[in-house]
Design a protein around this ligand. Structure first.
Ligand code: HAM
Length: 434
């Protein structure tokens, strides 16, 4: 009888982050820290699990993110509904209120970097567990803050090697609770005329979350969408002048953008400005980041009125684009390998390795192996420049063999001098390569 061994696999839309991938995550995180800290943002991390209600209230019950994509779990004891965080803004706002950060000098500027979860249909650049790096400025409503968010985002993208001319910033204003209802009424009226022609999704959306009809990519809805009323025509005077100030500042700063009159975004907390950074064109666009203003969120989650603005980048999307652009990051490799033969040499090797490490010299080793051949094969695979060989005899004489892998030459060196000798050779190598 043949038993089939059970093997486990990652869930659909989720992936292991392997050592070679971490190089890119770390690279993006180190740029995040550098740029955002320099612009006055401080790091915050919120828990991966939160009460589901935080997101239902924060992002909106009728949004796809909450309605279709949120991972929900129930605790055994108290039957509380919890959710794996689908985004970071609601959690950061929760922390801001809970920790009384409204008492700090305003605005408070945060950045974060971590995993998020959405039960979406996996496809290129779309995962069920993905990393986002986000930034929020809470406690300031001036158009200057929206512009600051856009500028720091651009500087961050440039720090990763993306050129401003290749990245599109699309912008829109979707108004506030004063003017948006008037616009939505007009939008609904317009779509009602085409109710039989539009796709099922639009038919549902026009009832449940009307702004989102403008997000429809279905071809048969395109011409209807193109003729739809636009939010910019319905802005109240405050929203209008807020948006005008932003555009003026961006023009003054030579930041190029496109006015995307159908940009609405998929989260209900936005007020006024919404924006996205994307690569590609209108038809095939890869959204690297999205953000906007959310002046009502702090209050709706239990705080007092605090206007705010934020952005979040998709880390895997940034990674994909970095790789496509030819950015190669490789795992560090040792240039020298220590081979040991016999018990005494193995013990001595532990000491020697630590002495090298204290001097910041990265040594390859395979202390688990006994045979000389196996250890030399490992050294060869690493393509090291030097091999150190420590056998019983060398231990007894206080010596070590230094083998130059290029020339094949071997020298006996006193153990206490080996670190300096290696340093000398590396220095010579460095000055030759200059
Ligand atoms: P979002 O547009 O939902 O905004 O997500 C931001 C970015 O995360 C997207 O532009 C995309 O690059 C990436 N992203 C989203 N979903 C996925 C996925 N399933 N797989 C891979 N990457 C994905 C927000 O999350 C808002 N919280 C942004 C924000 C911060 N607004 C104000 N403050």
């Amino acid at each position: 009888m043949v038993y089939k061994r059970k093997s486990f696999q990652t869930l659909r839309g989720m992936k292991d982050i392997l050592p070679k991938d971490w190089l890119y995550y770390d690279y993006i995180l180190s740029n995040t820290k550098k740029i955002f800290a320099f612009y006055g943002f401080q790091r915050i991390e919120t828990p991966i699990l939160e009460k589901a209600e935080l997101f239902t209230k924060g992002i909106g019950k009728k949004t796809d993110i909450v309605n279709k994509e949120m991972y929900i779990l129930r605790t055994k004891e108290n039957k509380e509904l919890l959710a794996l965080r689908p985004e970071g803004t609601a959690s950061v706002v929760r922390a801001y209120i809970e920790k009384g950060m409204f008492n700090l000098p305003q605005p408070v500027k945060f950045y974060y970097f971590g995993p998020f979860f959405r039960h979406e249909k996996p496809q290129a650049g779309r995962f069920r567990q993905f990393y986002q790096l986000g930034a929020e400025i809470i406690g300031e409503g001036s158009p200057a803050t929206d512009v600051e968010m856009i500028i720091v985002s651009q500087v961050f993208l440039e720090s990763l090697g993306f050129k401003q001319k290749n990245i599109c910033l699309s912008l829109n204003s979707i108004g506030c609770s004063e003017c948006r209802p008037v616009y939505i009424k007009e939008l609904k009226k317009y779509y009602r005329k085409y109710i039989k022609q539009i796709c099922d999704n639009c038919r549902r959306r026009i009832k449940e979350n009307p702004l989102r009809v403008l997000d429809c990519k279905n071809e048969k809805c395109l011409f209807i969408k193109n003729g739809a009323p636009i939010s910019l025509d319905y802005l109240c005077s405050e929203c209008n002048s807020h948006f005008k100030d932003i555009l003026e500042l961006l023009d003054y700063l030579d930041v190029s953008y496109i006015l995307d009159k159908t940009l609405v975004r998929g989260l209900d907390y936005y007020t006024r400005t919404v924006f996205e950074f994307f690569l590609g064109n209108e038809i095939k666009r890869i959204a690297l980041a999205g953000g906007g203003r959310y002046d009502k969120l702090v209050k709706s989650l239990g705080g007092t009125y605090k206007p705010a603005v934020g952005v979040a980048f998709g880390v895997e999307r940034l990674m994909d684009e970095l790789v496509k652009k030819g950015k190669t990051l490789v795992l560090p490799k040792p240039k020298i390998f220590l081979v040991q033969i016999g018990d005494a040499a193995k013990k001595q090797s532990f000491k020697l390795l630590e002495q090298f490490r204290k001097e910041n010299i990265f040594l390859g080793e395979n202390l688990g192996k006994e045979s000389l051949r196996a250890q030399l094969t490992a050294a060869n695979n690493l393509e090291v420049d030097y091999v150190l060989i420590l056998g019983q005899e060398e231990v007894l004489n206080g010596m070590i063999i230094l083998k130059d892998m290029d020339s094949g030459l071997q020298e006996l060196i006193p153990l206490e001098k080996i670190i300096n000798e290696v340093k000398k050779r590396f220095k010579k190598q460095k000055s030759k390569s200059k």
